[in-house]
Design a protein around this ligand. Structure first.
Ligand SMILES: Nc1ncnc2c1ncn2[C@@H]1O[C@H](COP(=O)(O)OP(=O)(O)OP(=O)(O)O)[C@@H](O)[C@H]1O
Length: 261
């Protein structure tokens, strides 16, 4: 195994049985290596298995066959070294911003030793002054930043992001994308992002994984060699966006485009 590889996904299958007793091949023969420190996005039509793959990487679900290794060792159950951020804010509504972040440390049993770091993470996500506020008193974008800080404070080797910006308006989303890039650079965390947003994948990622549905497969992995910081309106960016959209429409069985640009 090369030292730079963090996750190795080998011949992974995951099948579900739905409410009508039909077999759903959510993932079929998935093979992918994810490098340490890489920003990788997974994109594809609804139902192609993106969340299933992310949940397997998190250890929240188990594949029927194949293997997923982290640092050469098979992934067991969930672990704070793999932070998971959901689409909708998963903050505890009865806890303040700082207490929500503290809950990350508490879950790991290291609150007493590391509680001084909470202020540092609040600063990192740009929420100074909001320490004592409750989730209902802050915006959706701020809440997602808190969820990211709660995961990051455990120094995860990888942050698994399941459409964390999907429910945000365009301006807040762009702002959070920049924040995510900043956190990625400062923390050297491997970022694995599920998204429906082609621009988001292109703006953030070193590689974009395109998946196709029924059964869920990887149809293509694209290296994005655009220099950073990226210009969303640049010629190369636009050309790549059009090419990805074309590929997505080819793999999608649904005629109505469901991607945002
Ligand atoms: N617990 C489950 N029981 C039965 N079927 C499931 C279960 N979880 C997922 N599936 C099915 O597996 C397939 C892949 O689902 P998954 O949520 O991974 O797709 P996705 O690409 O993340 O979709 P979306 O973009 O809509 O969130 C879908 O057909 C889904 O209905």
């Amino acid at each position: 195994m090369s030292r730079d590889i963090l996750f190795e996904i080998e011949a992974v299958d995951r099948t579900y049985v739905d409410a009508n007793d039909n077999t759903v091949e959510a993932l079929k023969n998935i093979n992918l290596s994810i490098n340490r420190g890489e920003f990788i996005s997974i994109i594809g039509p609804s139902g192609c298995g993106k969340t299933t793959l992310l949940r397997l990487l998190a250890g929240l679900d188990v594949q029927e066959s194949g293997e997923i290794r982290l640092n050469g060792e098979e992934v067991g159950g969930p672990d704070p070294t793999r932070g998971y951020v959901f689409q909708q804010s998963s903050l505890f509504p009865w806890l303040t911003v700082e207490k929500n972040i503290a809950s990350g440390l508490k879950a790991r049993g290291v609150y007493k030793q590391r509680k001084d770091e909470i202020a540092e993470y609040i600063k990192l996500i740009g929420l100074n002054g909001f320490e004592k506020t409750y989730p209902h008193q802050i915006s959706g974008g701020m809440a997602q930043r808190v969820a990211i800080a709660r995961a990051l404070i455990n120094h995860p080797v990888a942050l698994l992001l399941d459409e964390p910006m999907g429910a945000l308006d365009a301006f807040t989303r762009a702002d959070l994308q920049d924040k995510l890039l900043e956190l990625w650079r400062e923390n050297d965390t491997t970022m694995i992002l599920v998204t429906h947003d082609v621009d988001e994948a292109l703006y953030l990622s070193d590689r974009v994984v395109i998946m196709s549905p029924r059964p869920g497969r990887i149809s293509e992995v694209l290296n994005i060699s655009l220099s950073r910081p990226r210009q969303r309106s640049g010629t190369d960016f636009t050309a790549l966006r059009n090419s990805i959209l074309e590929k997505l429409h080819l793999v999608s069985e649904i005629q109505q485009p469901e991607y945002t640009i």
